[in-house]
Write a protein that binds this ligand. Structure first.
Ligand code: SAM
Length: 394
């Protein structure tokens, strides 16, 4: 209890220091003897800005201009302006329903955050269905701010569960697309660092959540995330695996009710700020290999899901080659796989928050309604995020 109070104090201090509307938050007066001379203060401020400013990687931007200018046409300048302005990026606050929350909810609301899920949307709300798994029914949810207010991540306190996880709110859409029900067996095929696995655990009470990650270092990171957010009592239902996801579907086949493939991809936001031009150039070179890896992961997921179950495929890139083209190729070779339309289910209810591309607006989607694409636009900076749901015929 004591550490919860301490941590809340820390949280309030941090929320003040990062709040963009500092005029509403009283700042502490420094004692006169410790005041820094004005010029020095300005210099320090500038240095800090330079330290935190991300370095744009020109080869990556040139490549995106060429590809996305062609694919997204008049939406690209808008997305481009957001991607090139990290100060405008918004951050979602996903609450952890397994931690004590009332203080945080009050603080978030007093700072202008609001819950973003419509009341009619069943997942993330307390669930009344009968469940074999008795879990807390506290309502967590996700809070958004209309401005780019960035809360600090919470520090690890041994034995105390973290209260919130910061994420791009568009990352919740693939989890909502899973339409999770209590008691299901769920596979998160590419799981680290674990944001969507946590969202799954906020949404439902699965009988089993298998979090798979092939990279050993990232698996450690995933383990730490799960430990910081989930109570001990859930550990036997949330298991870690570190197989190559491409062969996961072979054994045991058809086991899972739902599978999430949050695939390795050209992460548009982070690639634009590659640490040096060489890294950016290497990434662009390796980019050509991604669609084949993604298609193998998606086929493997279709092997792991039971007949009648569903696979959600997602990426955080705008690239058609890694999105609709991968899905189209897999559908063409898997007669038992059927694409489901998410427009009414997700784009319509969430259109106030996200800019979705209607498939008919996208040149490459004209032949087939192949999923949803969230494109960052000024004021709605969420995304890039692509998602689609594929049902394995029963
Ligand atoms: C986009 S990230 C996943 C993000 C995660 N779902 C989340 O929400 O925090 C993709 C992950 O896939 C992993 N990965 C890459 N190749 C893989 C493979 N063959 N099998 C399983 N995981 C793989 C990467 O190491 C990376 O951690």
């Amino acid at each position: 209890m004591r550490s919860v109070t301490l941590r809340t104090t820390y949280f309030i201090t941090q929320i003040r220091s990062c709040s963009s509307n500092s005029d509403t938050v009283p700042t502490q007066q420094q004692p006169a003897a410790h005041k820094t001379p004005k010029g020095l203060k300005e210099k320090k401020k500038k240095e800090n800005v330079i330290k935190t400013r991300r370095q744009l990687c020109q080869p990556v931007l040139d490549s995106f201009d060429e590809q996305y200018g062609r694919e997204l046409a008049n939406l690209w300048p808008s997305a481009r302006s957001v991607l090139l302005d990290p100060d405008s990026w918004q951050y979602g606050v996903m609450l952890n329903r397994f931690a004590a929350l009332s203080d945080i909810i009050n603080i978030l609301q007093s700072k202008g955050f609001s819950s973003f899920l419509p009341q009619t949307h069943a997942p993330f709300l307390p669930n009344n269905s009968s469940s074999a798994i008795p879990l807390p029914r506290q309502h967590g949810g996700c809070f958004l701010h209309p401005k780019p207010v960035h809360l600090p991540s919470q520090a690890h306190w041994p034995g105390v569960l973290k209260q919130y996880y910061l994420l791009n709110a568009a990352s919740l859409l693939p989890v909502l697309a899973l339409q999770l029900r209590d008691g299901e067996k769920v596979l998160d095929l590419c799981s680290a660092p674990g944001g969507k696995a946590l969202a799954i655990m906020q949404t439902a009470n699965p009988a089993l959540l298998c979090c798979n990650e092939s990279d050993p270092h990232r698996k450690e990171w995933l383990a730490q995330t799960l430990e910081s957010f989930l109570p001990q009592s859930l550990r036997n239902r949330v298991i870690l695996s570190n197989q190559d996801g491409r062969v996961f579907g072979q054994s045991p086949a058809g086991t899972y009710d739902k599978v999430l493939v949050d695939a390795p991809c050209s992460n548009d936001r982070s690639w634009l700020y590659s640490s040096n031009p060489q890294q950016g150039a290497q990434r662009l070179k390796d980019r050509a290999t991604l669609p084949s890896l993604q298609a193998q992961l998606l086929r493997s997921a279709l092997g792991a899901v039971r007949p009648g179950g569903a696979v959600v495929y997602s990426t955080c890139t705008l690239s058609t080659y890694e999105n609709a083209e991968v899905v189209g190729a897999v559908l063409d070779s898997c007669p038992e796989a059927e694409l489901e339309d998410l427009w009414e289910e997700l784009a319509t209810p969430f259109s106030a928050h996200f800019t979705f591309i209607h498939p008919s607006q996208h040149r490459h989607h004209q032949r087939r309604r192949c999923g949803l694409l969230v494109v960052p636009t000024p004021g709605r900076t969420w995304g890039p995020m692509y998602l689609c749901r594929i049902r394995r015929r029963g």
